[in-house]
Design a protein around this ligand. Structure first.
Ligand code: GLC
Length: 475
């Protein structure tokens, strides 16, 4: 099968979050299974020169989006068995950051329209186009529009994956024609309208041949208004067209036995290096160097749905367990300021790295003992899996993909990999943090056994890539 992924970010080219990790590893896993896989991305100014130098110029065309007539260049390179396409338009994609501009709707509508327009210039038409999140939600819609006049396009199937339903691509009614260049029919038949405005994610959910999300539990939760951010009637409407497939992680990138970013390598059988990683992390972040003080880490976007409020509300109680705390990430100003302030209150015990740094994130996964992820909602979550792979025991709220990837060790399960709590509540979270630090202080052998179960768990793409393949075939 020929599969083309369309997305707004993919590691190692451009990354702001987990979406990039999935797009950097799922296509590679499918290619390894013998599928013909390509990925199309915007050619952002942020993509390093090292990659640009190995790109081939495949030509250009003009893409019409309503009254706009815009240049689009097509570049490609081959990496890890996958063809990576890049769509060039400097006006749209040379910006200070990937997202957050006033014209994001127009930028990603252009991208989605250009994906369809540039198909003939790629290596053969795909059997399936797999779109991801609101930025590429218009691809199935534009493809359907194009197919009215283009017979070959009618055979292409589309899959739309929801990585996070909170970001839907909502715009005013007037954008339908003016920005998205869609006829009123798309509104009148109820495809694009939601609560009086245009909703791109809704459109994709209705138009795509299959809809997936990134864990089975989140797929179930999306029927619940609490999790669906207004789209639950659409989730109910599409019924079995929506399925949940748990993400994997790239086991080569995240391997403590070979990771070059960390102070010392280790594996489940030879754990000595992990203690070295811990001391190196404490030294690097100005924490008191002590191998017997547990380090609780968070590597996260500082956003509400990640449960950061619980951590803010309970910060003093967390510190009262005697643990050290490390936070890496950027996000809302309030949270950034909060963690900076705690680092100056708890000198030598709390560190706030308000930045994003891939190498440092690896050193934190490797050097910590516990990994805190109290998400209010979590479609899948990758960092709890990465943490487990590095022998860092997760403490998570039992929601979405966290519930599907962490096995409780609290109820005496022999192969438990972490600690879970149910309710979005500081009291529940603290109880479990105390259980975890209690196990660390009181029964180190028991704690180390939990570490090892996590390190032995299978978070590869093997099963999930097979599930996607079965889905594509079924279409
Ligand atoms: C989004 C979700 C996260 C998921 C990731 C990759 O970032 O919030 O839970 O792991 O996408 O699918």
């Amino acid at each position: 099968m020929k599969i083309l992924f369309a997305a707004s970010e993919a590691f190692p080219f451009c990354k702001t979050g987990g979406l990039a990790d999935v797009l950097g590893s799922l296509p590679v896993a499918l290619a390894a299974k013998g599928e013909q896989v390509s990925v199309v991305l915007p050619l952002y100014g942020q993509i390093p020169a090292q990659w640009r130098q190995s790109m081939t110029n495949r030509g250009s065309a003009y893409v019409d989006l309503g009254w706009r007539h815009q240049y689009c260049g097509l570049f490609s390179l081959v990496y890890e068995g996958v063809t990576w396409y890049f769509l060039d338009n400097e006006q749209y994609f040379h910006r200070p950051s990937l997202y957050g501009a006033f014209d994001d709707g127009e930028r990603f509508a252009f991208f989605s329209k250009a994906v369809v327009a540039m198909l003939p210039a790629m290596d053969g038409l795909p059997d399936v186009i797999h779109c991801n999140d609101w930025q590429t939600a218009l691809v199935p819609v534009y493809l359907k529009d194009a197919a009215a006049r283009w017979e070959a396009a009618r055979a292409i199937k589309t899959v739309f994956t929801i990585h996070n339903i909170e970001y839907q691509g909502r715009f005013g009614r007037d954008t339908l024609g003016d920005i998205f260049a869609l006829g009123d029919g798309w509104w009148d038949d109820g495809t694009m309208d939601m609560d009086g405005g245009v909703n791109l994610m809704k459109g994709a959910m209705l138009v795509a041949d299959a809809v997936t999300t990134v864990s089975p539990t989140y797929a179930t939760q999306l029927h619940d208004p609490y999790y669906a951010h207004g789209l639950h009637p659409i989730v109910d409407m599409i019924g079995p067209k929506l399925t949940g497939i748990l993400n994997g992680i790239d086991l080569k990138t995240f391997d403590p036995a070979t990771d070059e970013a960390i102070a010392a390598n280790y594996s489940a059988r030879r754990m000595a290096g992990k203690a070295e990683c811990k001391l190196a992390l404490q030294a690097a972040l100005g924490l008191r160097e002590d191998k017997d003080t547990p380090i609780i880490a968070m590597v996260t976007r500082l956003a509400g749905h990640k449960g950061v409020d619980l951590v803010c509300w309970a910060f003093d109680e967390i510190m009262a367990t005697g643990a050290q705390m490390v936070v890496l990430g950027t996000g809302e100003d309030y949270y950034e300021d909060f963690f900076r302030a705690q680092a100056s209150r708890f000198v030598g015990r709390a560190a706030a790295c308000i930045t994003y740094n891939e190498g440092l994130s690896h050193r934190i996964y490797a050097g910590s003992d516990l990994y805190l992820m109290p998400s209010r909602s979590e479609p899948c979550g990758l960092s709890q899996m990465i943490a487990m792979r590095y022998g860092t025991v997760p403490i998570v709220r039992k929601t979405g993909g966290l519930a599907d990837s962490v096995k409780s060790c609290q109820v005496g399960q022999a192969d438990g990999t972490g600690f879970l709590f149910d309710t979005y509540d500081t009291g529940d979270m603290l109880t479990v943090i105390r259980q975890a630090t209690g196990l660390y202080y009181g029964n180190r052998a028991g704690f180390n056994a939990v570490r090892k179960h996590g390190m032995a768990a299978d978070f590869s793409w093997k099963n999930s890539a097979a599930a996607y393949r079965t889905l594509y075939q079924s279409l």
